[in-house]
Design a protein around this ligand. Structure first.
Ligand SMILES: NC(=O)c1ccc[n+]([C@@H]2O[C@H](COP(=O)([O-])OP(=O)(O)OC[C@H]3O[C@@H](n4cnc5c(N)ncnc54)[C@H](O)[C@@H]3O)[C@@H](O)[C@H]2O)c1
Length: 265
């Protein structure tokens, strides 16, 4: 398929092997999109992600961006436009989910860091991407990678859960104002996926909940999931591809669960 031939996608926090961002870019590369890999640093790992996308046939550029800095978010969009002429699809994927502590022990600095990246970062990038899409005059798609933690509470992750709930609010508020420009804004809410971030959560929660091993914790998670397994990056990527496709033009302001039925509201 080449549904996204000639389109440009930017994914923040996409420079890690096995991350959701890499999975999303693989799917869009396979469907013909120009890809912008972005992460805090464009290090050897991020260069490797970019190189693999080129091997899949995509035109790729890689741009460093700390999404907690509004100026860097604007520069990311500017560099994407300079490289490919437009930004058609922007995915707010960068996130911090490794600060796990009981509510009463969370340091205000850690709280602020998580909100700055997960929520404020998505806001800064939404502003910058939407301005470029409006200037381009062809509409666009903004997709926020929220979480199951946007729909329900989890212990020892108060800042993460709050930031992800906030992302759904940002999605709805942005969708209302950007629809007039042909821009849809939606969130995707994946359940657990064993990425770098997900792996750190596995280590912590398997101990917290008294499992003998991470494997036993994951087996229990699979047994409780209606579809019998945790999520995969390709599940989230498929949802993003649909939301970015012409078929989803009339869908905006939604927060789509991609959880094998683990989350249903
Ligand atoms: N893995 C899961 O179980 C899961 C489930 C639901 C949602 N998510 C969300 O998916 C997204 C991707 O996470 P992942 O699981 O692929 O983990 P990951 O650790 O592979 O990806 C997170 C990425 O964000 C980057 N990042 C961190 N701080 C940044 C900053 N200030 N600026 C730019 N980039 C920054 C990291 O370098 C990393 O590449 C996150 O928003 C996460 O909350 C993950």
């Amino acid at each position: 398929m080449s549904r996204f031939a000639g389109k440009t996608i930017v994914v923040t926090g996409s420079g890690k092997e096995k991350g959701l961002g890499q999975g999303i870019l693989r799917r869009f590369a396979d469907e013909g999109a120009n890809c912008v890999v972005s992460d805090l640093l464009i290090d050897a790992e991020a260069e490797g992600v970019a190189e693999e996308l080129r091997a899949r046939g995509a035109k790729v550029t890689a741009v460093a961006c700390d999404v907690s800095d509004p100026g860097q978010c604007q520069a990311l969009v500017d560099q994407a436009v300079a490289a490919f002429g437009t930004v058609d699809i922007f995915v707010n994927n960068a996130g911090i989910g490794f600060m796990m502590k009981p509510l009463l022990e969370v340091d205000p600095k850690d709280w602020a860091t998580v909100i700055a990246v997960n929520l404020s970062g998505a806001f800064y990038c939404t502003q910058a991407a939407a301005k470029a899409m409006i200037a381009g005059g062809k509409g666009g798609r903004i997709i926020n990678i929220a979480s199951q933690a946007a729909k329900t509470g989890f212990p020892h992750l108060p800042a993460y859960v709050s930031s992800k709930h906030g992302m759904v609010g940002l999605t709805r508020a942005s969708a209302l104002e950007l629809g007039a420009h042909g821009i849809t804004v939606n969130a995707v809410c994946p359940n657990h996926v064993t990425t770098g971030l997900g792996g750190q959560q596995n280590e912590y929660f398997s101990k917290l909940l008294g499992f003998d091993s991470v494997e036993a914790y994951l087996a229990n998670m699979s047994a409780k999931n209606p579809m019998g397994r945790p999520g995969l990056p390709s599940d989230t990527a498929a949802a993003c591809a649909w939301l970015a496709s012409q078929d989803a033009f009339y869908v905006t302001g939604e927060a789509l669960n991609v959880s094998g039925g683990e989350e249903m509201h």
